[in-house]
Design a protein around this ligand. Structure first.
Ligand SMILES: Nc1ncnc2c1ncn2[C@@H]1O[C@H](COP(=O)(O)OP(=O)(O)OP(=O)(O)O)[C@@H](O)[C@H]1O
Ligand SMILES: [Mg+2]
Length: 299
C-alpha cells in the first residue's frame, strides 16, 4: 500500500476524523479544556538491549487496537531493529522528516496491522540519538495535533540511559521497564530505574519480565529487582506481568507479523492478552491523566 492509500484507509477507519484539529461544536460549547480527551502515554523501555521492547510494543498496540482503542506507537529508537521492520512495513518518511519540518506527523504515520498507527523512527541518523531542544518542541507541537485521535501512545524507546531514552521516559506518564531473567538485564533495569529516579525524579515504575520459563521465574526476577530498589532507592516498583519465552516470536519476526495474530494460542500470546486486558481496562490516575502535557515537563 502506498502512503496516500494508507492515509485514506486511516481516515476511513476514523483514526483521523478530520484534517483539522479544531474543537467540535460540543467542545466549543463546553469549553475546550473540559472536553479534552485523555491520552495515556506509556514508555516501553529497558536498561539492556534486546529484551523484547519492540515486539512487546507492537503486539500490545495490536491487541489494544483490537479492543477498539486508538493506539499510536512512537518508535523512539534510533537503532536498527525497528518496529517497521518487525512488522514488514516500509515507511517512506519518518520522525526525521517531522523534526526537520519537512512533513507533518500525519504525512509520516503509517498504519500497522489491526489499524494502529506507527510513527516510524529515523534509523542511523546521528542527530536523532540526542534530540535538540528545538526538535523536542517541534515533536511536542506535532504530537499535540493527534490528541483527539489517540487513546494510547506507546513509546518504544532505545535501551540504556542515553539522552533520548531519558527524554522519552520523562515524557511518558507511565514507564514500563522490560527485563529478561538474565542477571545483566536485571542489573541494567536497576541502573535505569536509579538514573530515572535520581536525575529525573521519576518515582513509579512498572516491570514486565519477558522471556521467562514460567510465572514463578518472572516473580523471582521481579523479587530480585524489587529487593534492590526497596533497599537502595525511594521508588515504587510494581509487577506488571510476564511474557513466556516462546519460539513463535522469532517465527513471527521472520514473517513480519504480530505473534498474537499469527499464533494466538501460543503461551506468549496468552501472556500478551493478559497484559493488554490489564492495561486496556485500567483508568489512569487523575493526576497523571490528560494531555500530552508531560512532554512539556520533559524538555
Ligand atoms: N518472549 C520471547 N521469547 C523468545 N524470543 C523473544 C521474546 N521476546 C523477544 N524475543 C526475541 O528477542 C529479540 C529482541 O527482541 P526485540 O527486538 O523486541 O527487543 P528490543 O528490546 O526491542 O531490542 P533493542 O534494545 O535492540 O531495541 C528478537 O529476536 C525477538 O524475536
Ligand atoms: Mg527495539
Amino acid at each position: 500500500m502506498d502512503q496516500a492509500s494508507v492515509l485514506r484507509e486511516i481516515r476511513r477507519k476514523g483514526a483521523f476524523p478530520s484534517e483539522s484539529v479544531s474543537a467540535s461544536p460540543a467542545q466549543e460549547k463546553h469549553g475546550r479544556h473540559t472536553a479534552r480527551k485523555r491520552v495515556r502515554v506509556l514508555a516501553v523501555t529497558s536498561g539492556k538491549g534486546g529484551v523484547g521492547k519492540t515486539n512487546i510494543s507492537a503486539n500490545l498496540a495490536y491487541l489494544l487496537s483490537k479492543m477498539k482503542k486508538k493506539v499510536l506507537v512512537l518508535d523512539a529508537d534510533a537503532g536498527l531493529a525497528n518496529i517497521d521492520v518487525v512488522l514488514g512495513l516500509t515507511p517512506k518518511y519518518n520522525l526525521y522528516h517531522v523534526l526537520s519540518g519537512e512533513k507533518s506527523v500525519r504525512d509520516v504515520i503509517v498504519q500497522g496491522p489491526g489499524g494502529f498507527m506507527i510513527l516510524p523512527s529515523a534509523s542511523g541518523i546521528q542527530e536523532m540519538s540526542d534530540l535538540s531542544k528545538g526538535h523536542k518542541l517541534t515533536l511536542i507541537d506535532e504530537i499535540k495535533t493527534l490528541q483527539e485521535q489517540v487513546d494510547f501512545m506507546l513509546i518504544d524507546t532505545g535501551a540504556g540511559i542515553a539522552g533520548n531514552v531519558m527524554y522519552f521516559n520523562m515524557a511518558a506518564q507511565e514507564i514500563i521497564v522490560v527485563t529478561s531473567p538474565e542477571p545483566t538485564a536485571i542489573t541494567d533495569a536497576y541502573a535505569l530505574i536509579k538514573v530515572l529516579h535520581q536525575r529525573h525524579a521519576k518515582e513509579h515504575f512498572r516491570v514486565l519480565v519477558n522471556m521467562v520459563k514460567n510465572e514463578e521465574e518472572a516473580k523471582e526476577v521481579f523479587a530480585r529487582l524489587n529487593q534492590a530498589t526497596n533497599h537502595f532507592l525511594n521508588v515504587s516498583v510494581e509487577y506488571l506481568g510476564y511474557v513466556m519465552r516462546d519460539e513463535c516470536i522469532s517465527d513471527s519476526v521472520r514473517q513480519q507479523k504480530p505473534f498474537v495474530s499469527l499464533f494466538p494460542h501460543s503461551p506468549a500470546s496468552k501472556c500478551m492478552r493478559t497484559l493488554a486486558d490489564k492495561i486496556g481496562r485500567e483508568e489512569p490516575e487523575a493526576d497523571t491523566a490528560g494531555t500530552f502535557g508531560f512532554f512539556w515537563d520533559a524538555i
